[in-house]
Design a protein around this ligand. Structure first.
Ligand code: ATP
Ligand code: MG
Length: 426
């Protein structure tokens, strides 16, 4: 290994040159700080330097400071030679960036040991540098892979969106024809039908509506999962939304002898700011279940709504953390709206409540399946409620009926004053 000696005092320099040469080191010797600094700048500069503290021109500490000011991944190992007694000086030298020190007159064995330590440190430093280089190459390769994967995922996402848009059009068009023309047939607009023809047309109409409903649920679910669904808030009368949601199951309920009732608290007959389409879809999912899982001629389905005002009673649903829902703000710009759909149907066993909102979960055994559906309605309802920044929960007694309740924050003033949704709420 090549070692630089910077020492202006002749005798010390000669001893150092001779000793290091005897130990087998290649020696570069300088008599002042300026030459030493230049030697350290050379292409094949020595990796270890023994620098006298006091020298003409530039002293040892100046050289150390200069070397350390250059950011190098593989800096030289610097030992300062000092006559100056006292730990304060040693501390100063180490703080300036010296790796080690040797006091003059130096002890040969001590100097040898300190040079060996320097060699080992340089070896470790070199290893660390090549590990770092390997690591950087690895990181660069992985980053390139990630960019590639991201590009592929984005291309896949674009293809999926185009596919969904295309499918949506291709499936809805024939379904609209099936639904529309079977309605035309049932209404006798294409001539009177006999009883059997009317019955079969009714079956076609119902099957078409079910496929459309399933298709819309799958589309919406995929849209929410991919983060493409946004709230579109507007001002509307809550009563209007509840009434039109009930109309989606009215025919089925009437046919099966299940009464539907709307129970609105006086102070719930209000104008709110929320996404009426998504609230309507949520209500339809719950009402569809309530009617479906109530036996013919059963007790009935009741939809109720009430606001939960700031400082008043707490909401029935809790946040996923288990905390009570914070009910509105003192200014009254928003409050919670609590809507429940209750039935006196078949009910749900206590142990099944926890898995109701998992997509494609149905409690009916597959081989004895009595009820139609894909098991997506409640999962979709939950996603839509959460998109509003709300929560949904179920209570039930097996054999007696179930109540599904959801709570969402809604604006009570105009939509301008209410941003809505998860972000706007807090
Ligand atoms: N009101 C209810 N009474 C009793 N069981 C219910 C009720 N609502 C939901 N369930 C149970 O939860 C399951 C999941 O409901 P979900 O609405 O997600 O699916 P589905 O109604 O079976 O099918 P889909 O809604 O996709 O047409 C149902 O299959 C049923 O077993
Ligand atoms: Mg359902």
């Amino acid at each position: 290994m090549k070692i630089l000696i910077a020492e202006d005092e002749v005798i010390s320099r000669r001893i150092l040159e001779k000793t290091l040469a005897e130990w087998g080191y290649e020696v570069v010797s300088t008599t002042n700080g300026t030459d030493a600094w230049q030697a350290l700048q050379a292409c094949d500069a020595p990796r270890l330097a023994i620098l006298d503290w006091i020298m003409p021109g530039m002293d040892g500490i100046d050289i150390i400071r200069r070397v350390r000011s250059i950011r190098s991944p593989d800096p030289p190992y610097l030992i300062i030679l000092t006559f100056m007694e006292g730990s304060r000086n040693i501390v100063n030298a180490l703080e300036a960036g010296a790796n080690d020190y040797v006091s003059k007159p130096f002890d040969h064995e001590e100097l040898k040991a300190r040079i060996r330590v320097g060699e080992r440190m340089l070896e470790l430093q070199h290893k660390l540098m090549s590990y770092n280089e390997d690591l950087e190459k690895e990181v660069a390769a992985r980053t390139a892979d990630l960019w590639e994967a991201k590009d592929a995922a984005e291309a896949g996402n674009r293809a999926k969106t185009a596919f969904i848009a295309n499918m949506s059009h291709e499936v809805r068009t024939p379904l609209n024809a099936i639904i529309g023309f079977s309605e035309v047939l049932i209404d006798g607009l294409a001539g009177e039908l006999n009883v059997k023809q009317k019955e079969y047309s009714g079956e076609i109409l119902e099957a078409g509506r079910r496929i459309l409903q399933l298709f819309l649920n799958v589309l919406d679910f995929a849209k929410i999962e991919s983060g493409d669904m946004r709230l579109r808030n507007s001002n509307f009368m809550l009563r209007q939304l509840l009434v039109s949601s009930m109309q989606t199951v009215e025919e089925e309920a009437r046919r099966r002898g299940i009464p539907l009732t709307l129970d609105m608290a006086m102070d719930a007959d209000i104008r709110i700011c929320a996404d009426s389409d998504k609230l309507g879809r949520t209500l339809s999912c719950l009402l569809d279940n309530a009617v479906k899982f109530t036996p013919d001629g059963g007790g009935g389905v009741r939809i109720s709504a009430k606001p939960v005002r700031y400082g008043g009673e707490t909401a029935s649903c809790r946040l996923p953390s288990g905390e009570p829902f914070p009910a509105g703000n003192a200014s009254g710009a928003w409050n919670l709206l609590e809507i429940s759909v209750a039935d006196n149907g078949i009910g749900i066993k206590r142990e099944d409540i926890g898995r109701l909102f998992t997509p494609f979960t149905q409690l009916d055994e597959p081989d004895t399946k009595r009820f139609k559906g894909a098991g997506l309605g409640l999962a979709l309802a939950k996603k839509l409620v959460e998109l509003h920044g709300g929560c949904i929960c179920a209570k039930s007694e097996f054999g007696s009926g179930s109540t599904f309740t959801f709570v969402i924050p809604v604006g009570l003033e105009s939509c301008d004053a209410w941003r809505g949704g998860r972000k706007g709420r807090v």
